[in-house]
Design a protein around this ligand. Structure first.
Ligand code: ADP
Length: 226
């Protein structure tokens, strides 16, 4: 389990292509955490438009995969039933994706904080990401079940999300959230968890999140090499 001091340290490795230059390997990240329908995606998309932040949603990454590909098919098979995609697949796909974003100059780990939406989704995934992520804060968007089900039903119509269209699939996803995802809140140190009432208006929720992110970005900028 990571501790505040461990995660504050940036792990260093010798980069094979950098002739001995030390490269920082842990990505600074803030987790957007909450049940399906709590507003992670909506807030994450807005945050990703702010300079210094990079929004990454595993759901969006999977939905962008070619349906004919093996992983694309696997995703629809699991997501269609409201189940989680197997951990090893998720971690592999996400790592490849984020590396691709870095190589194509779309994600700048030295200057941007990752806003992770939908990852990790269980304690095992959190463990598997321990050597990759420096989790600065976990923003816990809290909303009541009734509101979340309402939002998911609305989203099914608006965004054509097949996994929101069926009440039994919605129920299954909320159950998985309770049983598998929520224990993540015990995995990270309590001082990193920031509960936010997600029943408020989007602008109010956004304001509260920005109050958390602004000082993190200030610190990151202070530490950046001049
Ligand atoms: P929501 O937050 O509404 O559940 P997402 O877009 O985050 O929607 O995820 C949609 C589906 O993608 C999930 O139900 C799951 O099948 C799959 N998925 C996304 N992220 C993960 C993950 N970290 N681990 C396993 N499956 C995932």
């Amino acid at each position: 389990m990571s501790t505040a001091t461990e995660t504050d340290q940036v792990q260093t490795n010798t980069c094979p292509n950098c002739q001995g230059v030390l490269q920082s390997t842990k990505l600074k990240a803030v987790l957007l955490f909450g049940a399906p329908g709590s507003g992670k995606g909506t807030q994450g998309k807005i945050l990703g438009t702010i300079p210094g932040f990079y929004h990454s949603s595993t759901g969006d990454i999977f939905r962008s995969l070619d349906l004919q590909s093996e992983i694309g098919r696997l995703f629809w098979e699991y997501a269609g039933k409201g189940q989680l995609v197997p951990d090893d697949v998720v971690i592999r796909v996400w790592k490849q994706f984020i590396k691709g974003m870095e190589y194509t100059n779309q994600f700048h780990p030295e200057a941007q904080i990752l806003i992770l939406d939908g990852l990790p989704r269980n304690v095992n995934q959190a463990r598997l990401l321990d050597d990759t992520l420096d989790v600065m804060k976990v923003i816990h968007l809290r909303a009541d079940m009734k509101k979340m089900v309402e939002r998911l039903r609305r989203r099914a119509l608006k965004e054509n999300r097949f996994d929101d269209a069926n009440d039994s699939v919605i129920e299954k996803r909320l159950k998985i959230y309770e049983n598998e995802t929520k224990p993540i809140l015990e995995y990270f140190p309590a001082e990193k968890i920031v509960p936010i009432d997600a029943m408020q208006s989007q602008i109010r929720v956004l304001t509260l999140i920005l109050n958390v992110l602004a000082p993190l970005k200030d610190d990151m900028d202070k530490q950046a090499p001049k």
